[in-house]
Design a protein around this ligand. Structure first.
Ligand SMILES: NC(=O)c1ccc[n+]([C@@H]2O[C@H](COP(=O)([O-])OP(=O)(O)OC[C@H]3O[C@@H](n4cnc5c(N)ncnc54)[C@H](O)[C@@H]3O)[C@@H](O)[C@H]2O)c1
Ligand SMILES: [Zn+2]
Length: 381
């Protein structure tokens, strides 16, 4: 037997910027990011979520004005690729296919950039397309929803759906850069502004008790979408997610422990069962509530914090019941999650706000009782 032990390491780094008015030609953030790849000008193919364009009709014009001012750094490909926003662009292969076609017709190669401006779904789908075309085109993400700015748009994963299975096809691929521009949120429907808060509650509960208490105290300001409160919520949530990816020792999720998936084992199933009537954030809020109730039922989580979790989630605007919850086959969902993790079941529960614990078995009878409490709104008092 002859064996060569092949091993090398690679550093992954990318800036995540928090800003406003990024496309003002006076603003250099985007141009500075492009300069990181060499002087340029670099070919940039803009890919835009159609709902974002509807909310910001001058967006293409502003991109052109920006590119003109920063012509030394970028050559904007015209016309931009406009894609359908929301889950449809992950479920229907049309947008990914169109991206592949445009990369060919517009000569986008590994030295060029795709600049994706959109919600988490568009970022996921175009992230997948960019990671696979030419084995990886540089991607700059400009997330435009709360959830995309504090979670979906800042990480290392992308995916599309396959035959009804959420996120079945995907890759781990780091972006070249992320620019979170809060101004995009002005056109976001109320429902989607609320959605993104679920991930903040999630990451606070597993990582940062102080942040959870801030969320609890700020729930009314957040329900009013007060800019100062929203920006702090987004920035801290993003920071905690990024910290986790950087320090967990498992950025590409090879192991079974998935603390960031707190509340998610049933959330993905609920999204599927509701036929996407439930948004990701809404399903996650229900998942957090269910796993918090279960943590309490197991004698882990105190009643005081449990009540605060409910008040926080309902306070910012979530409804914690849905018909999909009734239809949920708990055993099958857990089994599906076990397979998703690669064999061993690993569910994150809570001992306290900011204190998570992994468990490997679930008491099904107790979980059924918690589901019932959630459906009936009869939480322990
Ligand atoms: N890759 C990851 O790590 C990761 C993590 C969490 C979630 N996700 C994925 O993210 C997706 C959900 O993302 P989302 O919550 O951003 O929802 P979304 O992308 O579905 O957007 C919701 C709706 O808002 C529209 N929209 C987006 N920005 C807008 C704006 N500024 N103004 C007006 N309308 C706007 C979209 O077109 C869409 O219709 C799911 O597919 C989920 O699986 C991925
Ligand atoms: Zn999530």
């Amino acid at each position: 037997m002859w064996q060569i032990h092949q091993a090398f390491t690679m550093t992954h780094e990318f800036p995540v910027c928090f800003d406003r008015n990024t496309l003002d030609p006076e603003h250099s953030v985007l141009a500075d990011i492009l300069a990181l790849a060499g002087r340029g000008p670099h070919r940039v193919l803009p890919v835009i979520d159609d709902q974002v364009l509807q909310g910001h009709p001058d967006l293409v014009e502003r991109l052109h004005a920006y590119a003109e001012t920063h012509a030394k750094r970028m050559t904007l490909i015209d016309p931009p690729l406009i894609v359908r926003g929301g889950e449809i662009c992950k479920s229907d292969p049309a947008e990914v296919d169109e991206f592949y076609q445009r990369t060919q017709s517009d000569k986008i190669d590994r030295h060029s950039f795709a600049l994706v401006i959109g919600g988490g779904a568009v970022i996921d789908a175009i992230g997948y397309a960019a990671a696979t075309a030419h084995r990886g085109i540089r991607l700059i993400r400009m997330p435009t929803t709360v959830l995309a700015q504090n979670d979906a748009g800042i990480g290392v994963k992308n995916a599309i759906n396959y035959k009804g299975r959420k996120n079945y096809l995907g890759t781990f691929a780091t972006p070249f850069a992320v620019i979170n521009d809060y101004d995009f949120l002005s056109s976001l429907p109320e429902r989607d502004r609320i959605c993104g808060m679920a991930e903040a509650v999630k990451v606070a509960l597993i990582r940062d008790g102080e942040f959870f208490h801030w969320l609890y105290d700020s729930r009314e300001r957040l329900a009013q979408f007060e800019p100062g409160a929203m920006e702090h919520m987004i920035a801290r949530c993003a920071e905690l997610h990024l910290n986790h990816i950087r320090t967990s020792g498992d950025p590409f999720e090879r192991g079974s422990a998935r603390p960031l998936d707190f509340g998610h084992w049933c959330a993905h199933r609920l999204e599927e069962l509701s036929d996407s009537d439930l948004r990701h954030g809404e399903a996650v809020a229900i998942g957090i509530a269910l796993d918090s109730l279960y943590s309490h039922a197991q004698g882990m989580l105190g009643l005081g914090v449990l009540k605060q979790i409910r008040e926080t989630l309902e306070g910012v605007g979530f409804t914690l019941t849905h018909s999909a919850l009734k239809a949920l086959d708990i055993e099958a969902a857990l089994q599906g999650f076990r397979e998703h993790l690669g064999g061993e079941l690993c569910i994150t529960l809570l001992n306290d706000a900011g204190e998570a614990e992994e468990v490997h078995e679930i008491d099904l009878e107790s979980m059924h009782r918690c589901r019932q409490q959630l459906l009936e709104g009869t939480w322990p008092q």
